[in-house]
Design a protein around this ligand. Structure first.
Ligand SMILES: [Fe+2]
Length: 172
């Protein structure tokens, strides 16, 4: 009798084989353009840091994801065996880490704005502003809660602010 893990692994392998043709035509991930200039967020974030963070740090996730997916594509083209299955499973951390880093950074850039600009203020009277007030007390308290909650998370502390209907929750 197969264990749950073995059954799941075999099912994933079958699914993997079924999608191998799709994987073979997988496009390379690329570094997205920033929606503003590297110096747009000064003095809060310097041009140098933005350039480094975007062109080196984010690019490293993109490169790592492409390398992991290339390895996966090669494995998917091979005859299924316990060794190839183990190799596919061993790629999962790299796919998750680099894929997550790429997606998180792509969203992150779109959510930055110069300090004091309109984009950094809660729309007065909006349902979101009311929920933040009710659930955190103020925008400043929300910022503190985000920093506290995410400080210990791997990869410089990613967290997600999630709105569920009319309540706001913090996830890390
Ligand atoms: Fe980063």
């Amino acid at each position: 009798m197969l264990t749950k893990t073995t059954t799941r692994t075999l099912n994933n392998s079958i699914r993997t084989a079924a999608f191998s043709k799709i994987a073979a035509s997988r496009a390379q991930h690329t570094l997205p353009q920033l929606p503003y200039a590297y110096d747009a967020l000064e003095p809060s974030i310097s041009k140098e840091i933005m350039t480094l963070h975007h062109t080196k740090h984010h690019q490293t996730y993109v490169n790592g994801l492409n390398a992991a997916e290339e390895s996966l594509t090669k494995l998917q083209s091979q005859e299924a065996s316990p060794e190839t299955i183990k190799a596919v499973i061993s790629l999962q951390p790299a796919l998750k880490f680099n894929g997550g880093g790429h997606i998180n950074h792509s969203l992150f850039w779109k959510n930055l704005a110069p300090a004091g600009s309109e984009q950094t203020k809660l729309p007065a009277g909006s349902k979101f502003a009311q929920a933040v007030e009710r659930d955190f007390g103020s925008l400043e308290n929300l910022k503190k809660a985000v920093n506290t909650k995410t400080a210990a998370v791997q990869g410089s502390g990613w967290g997600w602010l999630v709105c569920r209907l009319l309540s706001v929750s913090l996830w890390s």
